[in-house]
Design a protein around this ligand. Structure first.
Ligand SMILES: C[S@@+](CC[C@H](N)C(=O)[O-])C[C@H]1O[C@@H](n2cnc3c(N)ncnc32)[C@H](O)[C@@H]1O
Length: 439
C-alpha cells in the first residue's frame, strides 16, 4: 500500500515581544506548531507568535540544516533556531529558502508594509510634503541614526583584548575615537576606556586618549549623557585620578568626530593603537581613515565585511583581518540587549587562532559531495569550512573560513562576488586561491 504523503514545511515565526529576533524551523503541521509557540508563552495579547513566512518543501531537514549553516553568524549560540531579525536579513532568509533546491512553494509571506517596525508618531508636526522629504528617506535616516547608537558590552571588549599578548600595549598610546566617553560614574563610561582604565598598569600603557562625540541636531545623540560639547580625555601615567573631569578638555568648536582635524591630529601624531566600535553608518569612511593612518587598530565592524566590496580590498591587500571573536550582542540606549552580527577586525598579528580547528583542509575528493557545487561560471563553491587543499584554481567560500584564519594558512583573496547557479543569485562569497609557494 502506498504511504500517504506527509507535508513538510519550513517557517519563520516571530514573537510580538522580540522583534529583533525570529525563529526558523521545520514542521509537518504549521497550525499545531504555531499553537505550541503561543501556548509556550502562556497565550497573552502581549506576546503573540505570528508566521512571517511558511513554505512547503521537499526535505525540511536538509533545508533547515542548510539555513543554519548559511546563517551561522546570525544565529544565537544557545538556542540554535533563533536568528537575528531585521528587514534586510529577513529578505535574505526568504531569498535563500526560495532559491533552495528543496523549496516547493510559498504558502504565506507577511508583506513588508504590514510588518513595519518603525513607529510613525502622529502629531501636529508639518507633513512630510511640507518638509520636502519622502517617507522612505525619513525611515532610512531614522534607521541609520538608530543603528549607530549601540553600547559595546564590557565583556566583549575584555574577551577580545585579553587575547593579545600583553606586550602589545606596553608603552603605547591608545586612542578610542568614537564616542568613548569617560565619566566618574562607570555607567556613563564606554566599555573601551573602562577596560583601559581598569588595566592601565597591568598593560603598562603610556597614554589613553578618548573622545566624546556630539551628534545630531544640538547634540541630541548623546549615548553616555555627556552633554552637548565634544571633549578629549587624556590620561597619561599611572597616578590615581579622583575626578576624571579634570582630564577633559573642550576645544572650541570640537564635536569629537573621528574625522575632525583635532581628532586626525591625535591619530597622526600621538596614537599607536586605535580601539573602538565605530558608528555603523560611517564604517566605510572610518576604515579608510584608520587604514590610511598606518596605525595599529582593533575595531568592531559588521560580519559581512569580508564579502562587501568596500572592505574586501583591505583583506585582499592584507591591511586588515578578522580578530579572535564575533560580537553579536550590544545594548541599546534603553540598555536592552539587541543583536547585530559583528566581528573584531585588526591589523595586529594573530598567533595561534583557536578558530583554526574549524578549518577542514583536505583533498578535494575527500570533501562530501553535498558541500561542493560549481557556479554558472565554473567556480567551485565549497561549504561547511571544507577547503580543497590540493586545488590550485580560485574557489568560492563564505566568510566563515576567513574568520577561522584561512588567510594565515597560505590562501589569498582574489575577489568577492555574487555567484549564480542555474541563473539564480546565491549568497555573496569570497573567491580565494592557494598562494604559490616561493621556490
Ligand atoms: C556603535 S556606537 C559605539 C559607542 C561606543 N564607542 C561603544 O563602543 O560603546 C558608535 C558611536 O559613534 C558615535 N558617532 C557617530 N558618528 C561619529 C563620528 N563621526 N565620529 C565619532 N563618533 C561618532 C555614535 O553617536 C555612537 O555613540
Amino acid at each position: 500500500m502506498a504511504k500517504s504523503k506527509v507535508n513538510q514545511y519550513i517557517y519563520i515565526v516571530q514573537s510580538s515581544k522580540e522583534v529583533t529576533k525570529c525563529k526558523i524551523g521545520k514542521t509537518n503541521n504549521l497550525e499545531r506548531r504555531l499553537k505550541e509557540y503561543n501556548n509556550m508563552t502562556g497565550k497573552s495579547k502581549e506576546t503573540v507568535y505570528q508566521y512571517l513566512l511558511t513554505c512547503e518543501v521537499k526535505d525540511m531537514v536538509t533545508l533547515e540544516n542548510d539555513i543554519k549553516y548559511n546563517f551561522i553568524t546570525l544565529r544565537e549560540e544557545k538556542s540554535k533556531e533563533i536568528f537575528f531579525f531585521n528587514t534586510h536579513w529577513f529578505n535574505e532568509y526568504v531569498k535563500f529558502i526560495k532559491s533552495h533546491t528543496m523549496f516547493v512553494k510559498e504558502t504565506y509571506l507577511k508583506t513588508e508594509d504590514k510588518k513595519q517596525i518603525v513607529k510613525i508618531v502622529k502629531k501636529t508636526t508639518p507633513s512630510l510634503e511640507e518638509r520636502g522629504v519622502t517617507r522612505k528617506e525619513l525611515l532610512q535616516k531614522a534607521q541609520k541614526i538608530n543603528n549607530d547608537e549601540f553600547y559595546t558590552r564590557f565583556e566583549d571588549v575584555e574577551k577580545e583584548l585579553n587575547m593579545y599578548p600583553i606586550s602589545t600595549w606596553k608603552n603605547k598610546t591608545v586612542f578610542c575615537n568614537c564616542d568613548d566617553a569617560v565619566d566618574n560614574n562607570e555607567k556613563n563610561t564606554s566599555a573601551f576606556p573602562l577596560y583601559f582604565l581598569h588595566n592601565f598598569i597591568k598593560l603598562e600603557l603610556k597614554k589613553l586618549i578618548c573622545t566624546h562625540y556630539i551628534g545630531g541636531i544640538n547634540g541630541q545623540y548623546d549615548l553616555f549623557n555627556q552633554g552637548t560639547k565634544g571633549y578629549i580625555f587624556t590620561k597619561e601615567g599611572y597616578s590615581e585620578i579622583k575626578d576624571y573631569d579634570t582630564l577633559k578638555v573642550y576645544p572650541e568648536g570640537y564635536n569629537g568626530s573621528f574625522d575632525h582635524p583635532l581628532s586626525l591630529k591625535i591619530l597622526k601624531e600621538e596614537t599607536d593603537i586605535v580601539c573602538t566600535n565605530p558608528p555603523f553608518s560611517r564604517a566605510i569612511d572610518y576604515w579608510e581613515t584608520i587604514v590610511k593612518s598606518g596605525k595599529k587598530f582593533l575595531v568592531i565592524s559588521a560580519q559581512t565585511n569580508y564579502i562587501t566590496m568596500a572592505f574586501m580590498p583591505y583583506f585582499k591587500e592584507k591591511k586588515a583581518w578578522g580578530g579572535y571573536n564575533r560580537v553579536d550582542w550590544f545594548l541599546n540606549p534603553k540598555k536592552e540587549i539587541v543583536s547585530n552580527p559583528c566581528f573584531w577586525y585588526t591589523n595586529i598579528k594573530i598567533k595561534n587562532r583557536p578558530r583554526y580547528k574549524h578549518l577542514k583542509i583536505v583533498p578535494l575528493k575527500e570533501i562530501p559531495e553535498k558541500y561542493i557545487k560549481y557556479d554558472d561560471s565554473g567556480y567551485l563553491q565549497v561549504d561547511n569550512c571544507f577547503i580543497p587543499g590540493d586545488y590550485k584554481k580560485p574557489f568560492a567560500v563564505s566568510s566563515h573560513p576567513l574568520f577561522n584564519g584561512l588567510l594565515e594558512k597560505g590562501y589569498k583573496i582574489i575577489d568577492c562576488y555574487v555567484p549564480k547557479i542555474k541563473n539564480k543569485d546565491k549568497f555573496r562569497r569570497v573567491l580565494v586561491q592557494k598562494e604559490t609557494t616561493q621556490l
